[in-house]
Design a protein around this ligand. Sequence first.
Ligand SMILES: C[S@@+](CC[C@H](N)C(=O)[O-])C[C@H]1O[C@@H](n2cnc3c(N)ncnc32)[C@H](O)[C@@H]1O
Ligand SMILES: [Zn+2]
Length: 546
Amino acid sequence: MIKAAINRVRNRFLSPASKPSAEKFNVVTEGKGHILFPEKETVFYNPIQQFNRDLSVTCIKAWDNLYGQPKQEQARARKQNKKRTSEGRSQESSKKRKLSDGSEETVKHQQQPRSYIRILEALSATGLRAIRYAHEIPHVKEIVANDLLPAAVEAIQRNVDHNGVGHLVKPNIDDANVLMYRNKAQHKRYHVIDLDPYGTVTPFVDAALQNIEDDGLMLVTCTDLSVLAGNGYPEKCFALYGGVNMAGHDATHESALRLVLNLLGQSAAKYRKSIEPVLSLSIDFYVRVFVKVRTNPLEVKNLQNNTMITYMCSGCGAYHNQRMGRQSERETKKGNKFVKYSLAQGPPVSQRCPHCGGAHHLTGPMYAGPLHNKEFIQEVLRINREEHTDEVYKTRKRIEGMLTLAQNELDTPFYFTPNRVSSILKFQVPSLKTVVAGLGSLGYASSLTHAQPSSLKTDAPWDAIWYVMKRYCEDNKLCNLEKMNANSFGYKILTNARIGRDGDNNEKLSFAPNDESARVENLRKLKIVRFQENPERNWGPKARPT
Ligand SMILES: C[S@@+](CC[C@H](N)C(=O)[O-])C[C@H]1O[C@@H](n2cnc3c(N)ncnc32)[C@H](O)[C@@H]1O
Ligand SMILES: [Zn+2]
């Protein structure tokens, strides 16, 4: 039936006699793929997304090395053991080899990794991504490049032919959900599912989660940042993602990531599956998350505790996270350990912010756990450094920069921008290293974030952040209370006697360089490339072609 549909499309748009000739088209090369473009653009292609595609190639390779191949090997070993046991032979998988001096050497049998990876690119447009996966990722067995539009599938077929990857890439015309549910019915699963839609991914999540192999990698883009990170559509954000973003706050881009992960985690739980984010990035005008999915009812029980709501002060930006549930390890009378799940207690804050008196806004629920798996990032960075070149991977430096930042991020949710908090207190912003040193002297860790330049993640509570900022202002005689409006949030913070009441902190606080500030400074000195070089004019999300 699918073949018939493709043939229909092929016959309609591309008669067999009219084999594509490159002269009729402009050729665009990206990575190792070459795409033929008709002069009149009818199918979606955005060159700015090369970063997304370069990164995705590298991440799938990392997934293959860390999880895919080891799992294949385990399965193979299990199969071999079963076979040997049933044949009553020795478990040793080795052979004797005669050496020239007549002695014997034991040779371990090393199996070469076989091609096994099945990839589904559910929303493929030109097929460029699928074609690049075919050219650039080892151990690929099959890639389905699917799109709903006949013109897109015609382009995919043309590009597959032009690239000579017909043995790997299968163009398919279908609604992505219909295709994934049909696959499910036929017990056909994919190791990697890539969802790169216009706008939100929400309509495709349920089907994809049911169509992925255990321990498979799901790659998800959302470009609807006006909803996920803007301040105009809280109701739409809630409807699509089951939570509200931190509108107007510097950390709204991280809350966008956490909302997408919330959607994935909540949806997966319905099918007794859990997600593990291995890399979650806020990039230019979109978010891209990479999650490992597995059937694991025990892990699903952690979802409640791994979900939080966040109270965000509309005055000074202080935030307070509250997990939706509690869990603790207990022991039965017989000494058997078990986990007790219970209700969270609250509210953890009052209606008004204790620092500035501003109103608390409720945001979330959203994902509360770590955004990345550091081992995974390390492998992506290794591949990027050792196996890729600038010639093919034009965004290689940016991958290095962004992932180095991500790798060094603290796991604690959100961040603040010293620039913003200084403007609330109305004094000139201290350097990042000064703020980090101050927090470090009180025993708190800090890091940069990939999501926002000149911003700090810290495990310090807001009491400590405001205390450090206030003391810096006082010690350097920068405060100008007389000139401040007594109703302003800054004035209220500077005159708030509660902040810094802890005498211990008063003595410990120092802005002299320390290990924390040295670590953050070293990272800043790496001259990290966060933004894509030479973006084209008016670059950004692209509209659907008409
Ligand atoms: C943003 S583009 C994909 C870009 C592509 N992944 C790349 O890297 O260049 C989104 C594509 O999804 C297709 N699409 C939209 N809704 C769909 C659906 N329900 N099923 C299948 N394809 C769909 C559109 O025709 C469009 O080609
Ligand atoms: Zn406040």
